[in-house]
Design a binder for this molecule. Structure first.
Ligand code: HEC
Ligand code: HEC
Length: 303
């Protein structure tokens, strides 16, 4: 019996050794998406903070042109702009119509560079000019979360854009003139950690400037007037958040801003309406109180 046991121990050791070499080899050669340990919970946090579900889910419509609410992340929400109407694409893990065949690299290129897997440029109605500053770890976590969402097969719908904006190739020129890769994520060492966290939330994830910063005739945000309001929408006049707006949030305390971003209530007891109500419900209300405070610190420091 003793002999048998000794004989057995040799193949067991060999098998274990072979296995460990095998595991190391797999880890070494696996695509990057398997090597990083993604934090799906943080991915969910980034997803809500960034409002991805808001644009990529069709809320449906009542009345004359009634249509039911669409499947989550299956796209189809119409976005009206001065250049025509965009229909958001399907970003579920569906293999045919969604991102099922994408790699993490494809996803990274889309969000921070604004380019499709075939390198065609995206329209800036997709707020990649803000997302471009997203941190690599947040991107990886977001990707892990997105891949874990249910698939829906909804086919993408063509945008309905005015000439010449219907020519996607024009966006190469737009990018050359107006797109500054990574710019929104730059930190400012002369400011506190809280201010920098607020800047990251406002400029990158929650892309507040996409509505609150005025745009030039080519639809690019004018960073020289950051958050100074936009008279033409989306969805009507967007308020100026800088102290130049004497009746604006310059009259609010930091706590007032935190309250507004969590419940939508203003110091006067009114409630946020329209597009801002959606931003609060889907994005800022889901943040931690510390993150809302950081946003308030950043907004209070606007010049
Ligand atoms: C303000 C609305 C809006 C928000 C917010 C938004 N998107 Fe989009 N997204 C769009 C539009 C519009 C397009 C189509 C752009 C085009 O056709 O050039 C798009 C395109 C995409 C694409 C390319 C899909 C494809 O088939 O090529 C991906 C991926 C994507 N978005 C993911 C996201 C993620 C992830 C988030 C959150 C971090 C997000 N989007 C937030 C409007 C939005
Ligand atoms: C989709 C467009 C959109 C985005 C994105 C957006 N806002 Fe707004 N915001 C609005 C609109 C529209 C109003 C006016 C709401 C109303 O009339 O009740 C508003 C109002 C506000 C107000 C109240 C200002 C005042 O003087 O009454 C604050 C503060 C504010 N937004 C902060 C933010 C912050 C911070 C972000 C990013 C986290 C953000 N907004 C993102 C559209 C937007």
């Amino acid at each position: 019996m003793a002999n048998v046991q000794i004989n057995r121990s040799i193949p067991t050791r060999l098998i274990l050794k072979a296995l460990s070499v095998g595991i190391l080899t797999v880890a070494f050669f696996a695509p990057p998406s398997f090597v990083f340990a993604a934090d799906v919970k943080n991915g969910e946090y980034v997803f809500h903070a960034s409002g991805c579900g808001n644009c990529h889910t069709d809320p449906g419509k009542k009345g004359k042109d009634a249509r039911p609410m669409g499947d989550p992340l299956a796209g189809g929400r119409p976005l009206k702009t001065p250049f025509g109407t965009f229909y958001t694409p399907n970003i579920t893990p569906d293999k045919e119509s969604g991102m099922g065949a994408w790699t993490f690299e494809d996803f990274r290129r889309a969000i921070v560079e604004g380019k499709a897997p075939n390198t065609a440029p995206y329209y800036p109605a997709f707020p990649y000019a803000s997302y471009t500053g997203m941190k690599e770890t947040d991107l990886q976590d977001l990707w892990a979360y997105m891949q874990a969402q249910p698939s829906h097969a909804r086919k993408n719908q063509k945008h309905d854009l005015k000439f010449p904006f219907n020519m996607r190739g024009l966006m190469h020129g737009w990018r050359f003139l107006f797109f500054d890769a990574k710019s929104t994520g730059e930190s400012d060492q002369s400011q506190s950690a809280e201010w920098n966290r607020g800047a990251y939330l406002v400029r990158v994830m929650a892309h507040c400037g996409e509505c609150h910063t005025p745009r030039n005739v080519m639809g690019a945000m004018d960073w020289g007037q950051e958050l100074a309001g936009n008279p033409v929408g989306p969805g009507g006049k967007i308020p100026d958040l800088t102290p130049r707006n004497k009746n604006g949030i310059v009259t609010w305390s930091a706590d007032d801003i935190v309250e507004y971003l969590s419940s939508g209530m203003t110091p006067e007891g009114d409630f946020a309406g329209g597009e801002m109500a959606e931003v609060i419900d889907h994005s800022t209300a889901t943040l931690t109180t510390e993150d809302r405070k950081s946003i308030a610190v950043f907004l209070k420091a606007l010049k």
